[in-house]
Design a protein around this ligand. Structure first.
Ligand SMILES: [Zn+2]
Length: 338
């Protein structure tokens, strides 16, 4: 089994690892796609501490090649997506169906070996069969769609309401599309021209923070009320304080991201008090993979982002080395196995 293993910060090695036995409740998967995302880069650079050695790669799409004797949900040859976390199935949280809040949660590519490797053995509970008509590459963004669903649910977004999305990352653009399916009105704000250009393909109200008086524009769009709901995406590097000032009185605010990847220091809590805002955190995947798969299949959400870099498995190290830490562009790269 070949794997890109992180031995210490900034030290990635393509190594041969012993193949794992397939337990009764497990499946063996030949990986087809993985990704290098924000959190992988933070782990690589040592900004998020880990127990090395560790195989990075939070997202995994592949074909089932072996099935444990208790496994009923998939068969050999099925193409599946692997959920980025693995729940124990035994604790109180798991028993109440809140697997993503499991007390003994393992996160692939972070606290357990991830999917920058050719084969992986995982618990059958962690995989979802992908329908034939779904473009398999798009499934790499299932966790983004999952998070967008969580954010919309947490905000209790209603038809006709505005949703101010502070950051036109993939997550921001997915959120905007989902909001449209709720007949809400997304307003996407960013400062990065490249991200703004992508957002314009999917969303009507796209505001460039560097060129327009965003507060004034939001006031006009919302008829003076400001936005009933706000989602802040820290990875985009825009100030949260600005987003809070765009919320309506009694507004609902969600901060979305992956753990430890957000820079959220220096928050001004004044608008939270003055406007009586409700603030919620949404962190990573939250058990919405089945709904997320449906949304990709029926094209409620489209993730045909043509600018996503595609890199062969053999060149994974170059993706990490080329990231210089200064950009706030789209930093998700699709990794293709052969
Ligand atoms: Zn558990």
């Amino acid at each position: 089994m070949k794997a890109w293993r992180l031995n210490a910060p900034n030290t990635l090695e393509l190594t041969d690892m012993e193949s794992q036995p397939v337990g009764d409740d497990c499946v063996k998967i030949k990986l087809k796609y993985s990704a290098v995302s924000e959190s992988d880069i933070m782990l690589y650079s040592g900004k998020i501490p880990i127990d090395a050695p560790l195989v990075l790669g939070r997202q995994g799409i592949g074909m089932v090649t072996e099935v444990g004797k208790n496994v009923k949900n998939v068969s050999r040859g099925d193409i599946v997506a692997i959920r980025p976390f693995s729940a124990c199935g035994c604790c109180q949280m798991c028993a109440s169906g809140r697997m993503s809040d499991c007390d003994n949660l393992a996160v692939y590519g972070q606290s357990a070996d991830g999917f920058l490797r050719d084969f992986a053995v995982v618990n059958a509970n962690d995989i979802y069969k992908l329908p034939d008509r779904l473009d398999k590459k798009s499934a790499l963004l299932l966790e983004h769609v999952d998070m967008a669903i969580s954010a919309i649910n947490a905000l209790k977004l209603e038809r006709g309401e505005h949703i101010l999305i502070n950051g036109a990352s993939y997550l921001g653009i997915i959120l905007a599309q989902l909001a449209l399916s709720y007949q809400a009105v997304p307003i996407v704000v960013d400062i990065d021209k490249e991200r703004l250009a992508v957002a314009e393909k999917y969303v009507y109200y796209v505001l460039d923070f560097s060129e327009v008086d965003v507060r004034k524009r939001v006031m006009t769009i919302t008829g003076g009320r400001m936005s009933e709901t706000v989602v802040h995406i820290p990875q985009c590097g825009l100030p949260l304080n600005q987003a809070l000032l765009l919320a309506a009185r009694n507004g609902r605010v969600a901060i979305t991201g992956w753990e430890n990847t957000a820079e959220l220091s220096g928050i001004n809590v004044e608008p939270i008090l003055n406007r009586q805002l409700t603030v919620t955190g949404i962190n990573g995947s939250n058990n919405n993979f089945p709904s997320a798969i449906n949304m990709l299949v029926n094209k409620t959400v489209q993730v045909d982002f043509d600018k996503m870099p595609e890199v062969n498995f053999a060149n994974v190290d170059q993706v990490f080395k080329s990231y210089n830490g200064t950009g706030h562009k789209f930093i998700l790269s699709r990794i293709v196995m052969d």
